[in-house]
Design a protein around this ligand. Structure first.
Ligand code: NAP
Length: 484
């Protein structure tokens, strides 16, 4: 199977924060891979912009090093890297001052797509947006791309939205949640809305419950103090897990276009019920013989921030009333995995009798590692031992299904940046979605802060606190094992 490369229009892409960690690890290597795939028009350019002094050659060297360090797949030869670097320029710009803005203006061409990637701290978003307008380098077709965290609560998110809205129309603002750029996440929509098989079963009549797990093995390490100001709820649930929940739970949009999809996602967030404290378990990882505890990593022996959270959420609408959605995410868990599992109900009546046991279908959608889907189905155990039933996976690993092309499964950032150039906002969050997500999140955080709730300790590299397992056991359910 040969993947098709759909050309994009000519563009000038400016990366504010072009020397930073995100630019080096994701954005620039991603652009390089699109270049290798032949998707970048011949005259398209990428301009790094940051505060520190570099000439173009130094910036190109920085990017060369980043590509070598972070491009694991589809490694092109040095000649390709050299050709890509030719497209790069650098400008020293102070987001908060006037230095560099005239030089940037000089560099920008007319008649091409202008995209500005704000890969800087959110406190600089307003300053950059304002200068792009006042220096006259953002016309009506210009796009800006902003990164998470998009606020730390509803008020700050509203302020950020308002700061951007002063200078840019909502149709020009691309709020990135890189989970939405993952192949499997889009496949989730293809599976739901491209097949007749699943949609009739996709409701509380047939689905017992849904589990969404995003587990990491790393701790908060060197960024402990920064992380301690947010925690798993703000860092992961409010954005990534919420987006996955929306895609799983939303009604079929009438068209696959940005506002039709985002309208349906917004309805899901607005239908989420408040979560009471019996349905939330927060945790902090403990020290091992050789590694520090969460509190040591955070540099605060009394920290009450969670490095793990599990929630039982309910959606008040006709489709989902009665079906719980269990969300779970954490650091230093036993495996690095992201998975959505749709746990179907048992067959209403077993014609095979008690001894055949209980069997239920499970559709699991793996986001990482090895993206793919598995449908657990029940069949007869082979052999002459009578009608014994056994569950087997109908497995579709993208790596196997796509053969050589799977090597090239496009990284989420690559896809999303190309969508920005195409002007397609479907996989980006709209301002009202972000605000609705905070409006649901804020009261939960306030309530545990008011109660003085202490996170439960959990063993590092385990499945999280016992209490999270108990939350499901109480109602006769159990979490799926966290495994790669
Ligand atoms: P970083 O490594 O600290 O880089 C920040 C960049 O901003 C640097 O290039 C820096 O330039 C530039 N900068 C700082 N002040 C500036 C100013 N006044 N004018 C112009 N440029 C200025 O940060 P990062 O990790 O790349 O993160 C960037 C953004 O992405 C943040 O909002 C972060 O929360 C978000 N994000 C990051 C990741 C990640 O994996 N790193 C993941 C998700 C979201 P100089 O070095 O020249 O000062």
């Amino acid at each position: 199977m040969v993947s098709r490369v759909i050309p994009v229009d000519d563009f000038d892409l400016v990366i504010f924060g072009g020397t930073g960690d995100l630019a080096r690890r994701k954005i620039l290597p991603g652009l390089y891979r699109r270049f290798c795939a032949g998707q970048m028009p011949e005259t398209a350019r990428i301009i790094g912009a940051a505060r520190s002094e570099h000439d173009t050659e130094e910036f190109r060297q920085l990017v060369r090093d980043a590509i070598r360090e972070f491009s694991t797949k589809n490694t092109c030869d040095e000649g390709q890297i050299g050709a890509f670097l030719e497209r790069l320029d650098y400008v020293q710009v102070d987001a908060r001052g006037s230095d560099g803005w005239d030089a940037l203006k000089e560099m920008m061409r007319d008649g091409v797509v202008k995209a500005y990637y704000f890969s800087v701290a959110p406190s600089l978003f307003g300053d950059i947006a304002e200068r792009l307008q006042s220096y006259g380098i953002a016309d009506e077709s210009a796009r800006i791309v902003v990164e998470k965290p998009f606020g730390r609560d509803l008020d700050s998110a509203k302020k950020l939205n308002a700061d951007l809205a002063k200078h840019f129309d909502e149709t020009q603002i691309y709020r990135i949640d890189h989970y939405l750029g993952k192949e499997t996440v889009q496949n989730l929509m293809a599976v739901r809305f491209g097949n007749i098989l699943f949609e009739p079963l996709w409701n509380s009549q047939y689905v017992d419950h849904i589990q969404i797990t995003v587990a990491e093995t790393v701790g908060v390490g060197g960024r402990g103090e920064y992380y301690d100001r947010s925690g798993a709820m703000r860092d992961m649930v409010q954005n990534h897990l919420m987006q996955l929940l929306c895609l799983i739970a939303m009604e079929p949009p009438s068209r696959f276009d940005p506002d039709a999809v985002r309208d349906e996602k917004l309805k899901v967030i607005r239908a989420l019920e408040p979560v009471d404290h019996h349905s939330i378990v927060r945790g902090q990882y403990e020290a091992t013989a050789t590694e520090p505890s969460y509190r040591e990593d955070a540099g605060d022996p009394r920290s009450t921030t969670e490095s793990f959270i599990a929630l039982r959420c309910m959606i008040s609408n006709w489709r989902w009333a009665g079906t719980p959605f269990f969300l779970r995410t954490g650091k230093k868990l036993k495996a690095r995995t992201s998975e959505i599992a749709v746990m179907f109900k048992d067959a209403p009546h077993s014609i095979f009798g008690e001894e055949a046991g209980r069997h239920a279908n499970v559709l699991s959608i793996r986001l990482q590692p090895n993206e793919g889907m598995t449908l657990k189905v029940t069949i007869k155990e082979p052999g002459p031992g009578g009608m014994r039933l056994v569950d087997v996976p109908l497995d579709m690993s993208f790596a196997e299904a796509l053969g050589d092309d799977a090597e090239e499964i496009t990284d989420a950032y690559e896809r999303l940046i190309m969508d920005v150039i195409r002007g397609n906002q479907t996989l980006f969050m709209r301002g009202d979605e972000v605000e609705a997500a905070w409006a649901w999140t804020d009261p939960l955080i306030e309530s545990w802060e008011k109660r003085g709730d202490m996170p439960k300790a959990y063993e590092a590299y385990s499945s999280g606190p016992e209490e999270a397992a108990m939350m499901l056991h109480r109602e006769g359910r159990r979490w799926r094992e966290i495994k790669e």
